[in-house]
Design a binder for this molecule. Structure first.
Ligand code: G6P
Length: 360
């Protein structure tokens, strides 16, 4: 590959640092000279005309899809289902009358997603692919493509593609809302600009985040991530990052589900990362933190400015409520990176994993 690490020790760290630039690039690429959203009119029509969206994806792209559902349902008022590609055909849902399939894939080559695409094309349903690789299989075989503009992602653990996917899905949601005549008091480009600045501040805090990795994850065998609402979905991604590169057994849970099983695993010193970026659940997630702490957990609270409390481990710059996942994931990426580094793991090429999985 021609892509170089430059002064970076790993592609993953370089790609984490590129996120503010990628977000700014997306703002630029999806805006026309009149500051309107620039999108192929056919995509706008397809979104406007469908009665339900089925997002199909795998891995990190699936996690981005879970948040894409929030954006589309909350802003554009269209019901969305999110499916793991490999499971779709076994659990084929009853489809609505006018479904639109949205394939989210960094590489555009994931075989499980492609096999669903082949199936839904056969049924005659329209398909939109959101990918970092226009010209990839999923892009060529779908009716429409939205490009992530993230630049090549080399590290196996996906970072900048995830935040790019969420940014593009947020823009798509707003465009659809506008096309449907829904009044929003949400300017996506302005809010994404604030996100880019926040990401920059976060990537400047590497020393603090390395310290957190050292303090909380030195020799631990496992680690739990909890959150409520959209923080739960970011916790899923945080746990995936940590497990795939550091081999620490990591799981993400909804705060309210803890008491239904996971809390049995909490022992003296078990690290629990809790996200608190939403005012509406700040109180209840902190209640969950007390529950695990009472059982000996070593909890690391990552909160959003304005919601912080004494003792929180890390405070995120304030961004729009809906876009918090784009910033809350950054410290999780960096903590995972440092945890893996401290364990001498091969950060860019974790064992047993491939960058794109082209077999079903
Ligand atoms: C592999 C990669 C992951 C990625 C997943 C889906 O497992 O290691 O980083 O999230 O495939 O890939 P895609 O290219 O479809 O987003």
């Amino acid at each position: 590959t021609d892509i170089e690490k430059g002064t970076y020790p790993h592609f993953m760290l370089k790609e984490i640092d590129e996120q503010p630039f990628v977000i700014r690039k997306i703002i630029q690429k999806y805006q026309n000279e009149n500051d309107e959203i620039k999108l192929e009119p056919e995509i706008r029509e397809a979104m406007k005309n469908c009665d339900r969206i089925y997002i199909i994806a795998a891995g990190t792209s699936y996690h981005a899809g879970l948040l894409g559902k929030q954006f589309i349902e909350k802003l554009a008022n269209i019901p969305v289902e999110v499916h793991v590609a490999s499971e779709f055909s076994y659990n084929m849902p009853l489809l609505s009358e006018k479904p639109l399939f949205v394939y989210i894939s960094q590489s555009g080559e994931t075989a499980d997603s492609r096999s669903v695409l082949v199936q839904t094309k056969k049924l005659g349903h329209p398909a939109l692919t959101v990918t970092n690789v226009p010209g990839s299989t999923l892009s060529r075989e779908a009716d429409y493509t939205m490009h992530l503009h993230a630049g090549p992602e080399i590290a196996v653990a996906s970072t900048k593609a995830y935040t790019a996917q969420m940014a593009v899905l947020a823009i798509l949601a707003v465009d659809t809302a506008r096309a449907k005549g829904i009044e929003l008091d949400f300017d996506p480009m302005q809010e994404l600009g604030i996100v880019a600045t926040a990401m920059e501040a976060l990537t400047d805090q590497k020393e603090e985040l390395e310290q957190l990795a050292r303090e909380y994850l030195p020799t631990t065998r496992n680690c739990f991530f909890i959150g409520r609402g959209i923080d739960f979905y970011v916790g899923l991604e945080g746990s995936l990052k940590l497990k795939e590169i550091s081999y620490i057994q990591a799981e993400g849970f909804a705060g309210g589900e803890l008491k239904h099983g996971t809390i049995a695993l909490i022992e003296e010193g078990t690290p629990v990362v809790a996200l608190a970026t939403q005012a509406s659940v700040n109180y209840s997630i902190r209640g969950n933190v007390q529950e695990v702490e009472a059982r000996g957990a070593n909890s690391m609270i990552i909160s959003m400015k304005g919601l912080e409390k004494d003792g929180d481990a890390f405070i995120l710059p304030h961004v729009h409520d809906l876009l918090t996942p784009l910033v809350s994931v950054v410290p999780l990426q960096l903590i995972s990176y440092y945890a893996a580094l401290h364990r001498d793991c091969d950060v860019d090429k974790p064992r047993n994993l491939a960058k794109s999985v082209t077999v079903e």
